[in-house]
Design a binder for this molecule. Structure first.
Ligand code: ZN
Length: 781
């Protein structure tokens, strides 16, 4: 452990990795016991034992190690793993921590645990042990990687009762392997025994697990362990099939979530009992909330327990883009706290769309995913499959980013995001409203709203619906994108926010369902919206698959219409506005309609509600001769606007414009949403960025510095990966609102190191960035 490289990294991180805190504590204990003349050491407070500097040094290793790496070892690798070559790679890339395959499906060390099968070509080699020693000698920390949700046939034959079975008793399989049951001794005996063996032999700093949460929601296990546990907890039999309207099925869902938290606690208790409080176990979690839900992983509760989140979200999708990485970083930090770390496994091989496990991903595709994650507070973790590659290009991807990250870490970690717009979400909404269509019903509205904000360069922060009271102080506007399920407590928190003068933007079915996913008789927040359901008796149910998927040929009418002044470019005249349109319709003077795509029902409105857009019902698209409006005008509201007595503004958008923008990417929808956000925020935003291009802007504060990230998303591959060529944009004109603690007179560019002149005026720092190739980070002091 006494390694100069390691000592150096302590200084870089302005804290010490108290790597061997147990040993140092015990050493202290001996000295203190003598010094205190026999006074019981364990009754002394930490302040009596440690100096101030030593107390600062007690930050556990998982709060200090910020640059990670992983070779995901294949069963072929024991014969081809050149450890000395990889030690040089660790050094070149400034890697501080490694994730090393240890056990689970197969073992990479000589194990004595029955049925813990050695990797196919291990051949007696102690590969994990060799790698663990090498890492420790080089001053790196080790996360022993487990993969504990399936096993080979001989294990199933020995313990059929440890494996998940369907209603006919047939075992669930993943390829050739059998899926273990989370309620069986496989989880509470077999895996803890492996954790113990690995710790006793190798003393890794912590444990992580690739696939720890067992069967996903698609499959119901009917093994005796499950039957008994479910009956003990609920008094019910396991439901015979999926039925979202069945109370017992919902109980089964919640029981499953609870079990995954029990496993999290059990494995942590196991490793911390063995290795002390810092010997953490952190199962890997994903970057898709829909997927987390389908795997019964309650992100809020996991983050509350976790010392560190090991994020397994290796690459972008076409739909969500690189920017998704910053969104998820901020969302998870919102649950975990900003002082804790979120390393993310970032694939250097082709991961999205088509897997080419052994071929290098185009370097700029990997690079931009890393950069955009870092902009959201994520720490980099290079990830390759196999220890030997014929495609060596991936070896050059991580080094420049890791070096830059190391040099600038003081500005990239443990900072607070600056934004006055909060986007509210909850996992219950994904689970019990989204059900089997969560991608369309929950994810798309969320993504559309995020994308509209990004496009308008408006910073925002994700907020869990249970954290509204905790976090709302920093926001002037809360946005609820189709947050259909809201608990009474969450709605009460929203009312308190509005009572303090806060403003709201609310879309779709928000507050229409209770926490069980049952429809309410009216919007739970109808008093704030100024709108009520009129469909009686109540027919509102969770939208069907068809309703969730289809794009309907519908429009929204902008009121008042300006059709009387219909003019063309040939007249050389500008449109003459006779009526006064609401400011949210700015920029649409040349149209009286906008494309929509969804369906709307009539609503009853309270006095004082303003309706700047109404619904035009669907009509045929084919043949073109039939494409005329059958009902050009209705009084069905698309947008409803109210002001509160405390000076807040409430915009209720029954039309799911956010969802439509999320899937159609129509600029009208994006512009309308941006207008609505700006108007609701009374144009008071901490950041404006002008100039061509699609950019993702994030603002943070850390003591007397503001830190601004601009990620350039403009490319030929913006919505179609992989990215090959980077295309520079600029100049960009930036205006940043200065908190009182930031003078704004000193600017530093952390990426291009370009000289930037700044002007401070009326509490804003104004400057111009000449050019951005991939990203820029500006520190404003
Ligand atoms: Zn089971």
């Amino acid at each position: 452990m006494s390694n100069s490289k390691f000592k150096k990294s302590k200084i870089e991180n302005a804290g010490t990795n108290e790597y061997n805190s147990r040993r140092s504590f015990l050493k202290k204990a001996g000295t203190a016991a003598i010094a205190m003349g026999g006074k019981n050491f364990f009754t002394l407070s930490a302040n009596e034992i440690f100096s101030k500097e030593e107390l600062q040094e007690k930050t556990p290793w998982y709060r200090n190690i910020t640059r990670w790496g992983q070779i995901n070892i294949t069963e072929m690798d024991p014969g081809q793993y050149d450890i000395s070559w990889w030690r040089k790679f660790w050094k070149e890339t400034e890697t501080q921590g490694v994730v090393i395959n240890a056990g689970g499906i197969v073992a990479y060390y000589p194990t004595r645990i029955p049925l813990h099968r050695p990797a196919k070509y291990l051949g007696g080699r102690d590969l994990f042990g060799e790698l663990c020693s090498a890492a420790h000698e080089d001053g790196l920390v080790v996360f022993a990687r487990m993969d504990s949700n399936r096993a080979h046939e001989e294990f199933y034959i020995a313990h059929p009762d440890w494996f998940a079975i369907d209603i006919n008793g047939k075992p669930y399989k993943a390829g050739e392997l059998f899926v273990s049951c989370v309620n069986s001794p496989y989880y509470h005996e077999h895996i803890p025994a492996i954790l113990k063996e690995i710790w006793q032999l190798y003393k890794p700093e912590g444990f992580t697990d690739n696939s720890w949460s067992g069967l996903d929601r698609k499959s119901i296990c009917y093994c005796e362990n499950c039957k008994k546990s479910f009956r003990d907890k609920t008094g019910q039999n396991i439901p015979i099939k999926k039925n979202w309207d069945d109370k017992v099925y919902k109980q089964w869902i919640r029981w499953n979530y609870d079990r995954r938290l029990e496993i999290w606690d059990l494995f942590n208790k196991t490793t911390k009992t063995l290795g002390g409080a810092d010997c953490t176990w952190s199962g890997m979690n994903g970057g898709s909330l829909v997927e987390q839900s389908s795997r019964f992983r309650n992100y809020k509760e996991i983050a509350r327990r976790a010392d560190i989140i090991m994020l397994d979200d290796q690459s972008r999708s076409n739909e969500a883009g690189f920017q998704h990485n910053a969104q998820m970083g901020q969302l998870i930090h919102g649950l975990l706290g900003w002082e804790k770390l979120i390393p993310e496994s970032m694939s250097l091989y082709n991961h999205s769309d088509a897997y080419f496990r052994l071929a290098s991903k185009p370097v700029n595709e990997s690079r931009m995913w890393m950069i955009n994650g870092i902009a959201g507070g994520i720490s980099p973790w290079w990830h390759m499959i196999a220890a030997y590659h014929e495609d060596r290009r991936m070896y050059h991807t991580a080094q420049p980013i890791f070096k830059w990250y190391k040099d600038n870490s003081e500005y990239l970690l443990n900072r607070k995001p600056v934004a006055n717009i909060g986007l509210v979400w909850s996992q219950e909404n994904i689970e019990f409203y989204g059900r089997d269509n969560a991608e369309e019903l929950v994810e798309l509205p969320w993504r559309g709203m995020c994308q509209a904000l990004l496009r308008a360069r408006i910073p925002y922060i994700p907020v869990h619906a249970d954290h509204i009271d905790r976090d709302a102080g920093q926001f002037s506007v809360l946005v609820l994108p189709n947050l259909a399920i809201m608990t009474d407590d969450q709605m009460a928190a929203i009312r308190r926010f509005v009572d303090r003068g806060g403003s709201l933007i609310v879309t779709g079915d928000t507050s229409l369902f209770d926490e069980e996913g049952d429809p309410r008789s009216d919007y739970g927040l109808s008093d704030l919206f100024g709108a009520h359901l009129v469909t009686q008796p109540l027919k509102r149910v969770v939208p069907s698959e068809k309703l969730a998927h289809d794009v309907f040929h519908t429009y929204l009418r902008l009121t008042p219409e300006l059709r009387a002044q219909m003019i063309g470019p040939h007249t050389g005249k500008k449109p003459k506005v006779t009526g006064t349109r609401h400011p949210i319709l700015k920029g649409f003077e040349e149209t009286d309609i906008l494309p929509y795509g969804g369906l709307l029902e009539p609503l009853r409105l309270d006095a004082g509600a303003e309706v700047p857009m109404t619904f035009i019902p669907q009509f045929p698209t084919y043949p073109p001769e039939t494409a005329y409006m059958r009902e050009p005008k209705t009084d069905i509201p698309g947008v409803i606007i109210r002001s509160t007595i405390k000076g807040g503004r409430i915009v209720f958008i029954p039309a799911d414009i956010d969802k439509q923008f999320g899937r159609l990417n129509h600029p009208d929808h994006g512009n309308l949403l941006a207008n609505i956000v700006k108007w609701t925020a009374k144009e008071d935003l901490p950041l404006t960025v002008e100039g061509a291009g699609l950019v993702d802007c994030h603002l943070y504060q850390k003591s007397e510095n503001l830190i601004m990230h601009i990620v350039n998303l403009t490319s030929a591959a913006t919505w179609r990966l992989p990215l090959d060529e980077l295309i520079a944009i600029g100049p960009l004109k930036v205006k940043v609102k200065l908190p009182t603690s930031v003078s704004g007179r000193n600017l530093r560019s952390l990426v291009s190191n370009q000289n930037i002149a700044v002007k401070v005026e009326n509490g804003f720092a104004q400057f111009e960035i000449k050019s951005i190739i991939d990203h820029e980070v500006i520190v404003i002091a």
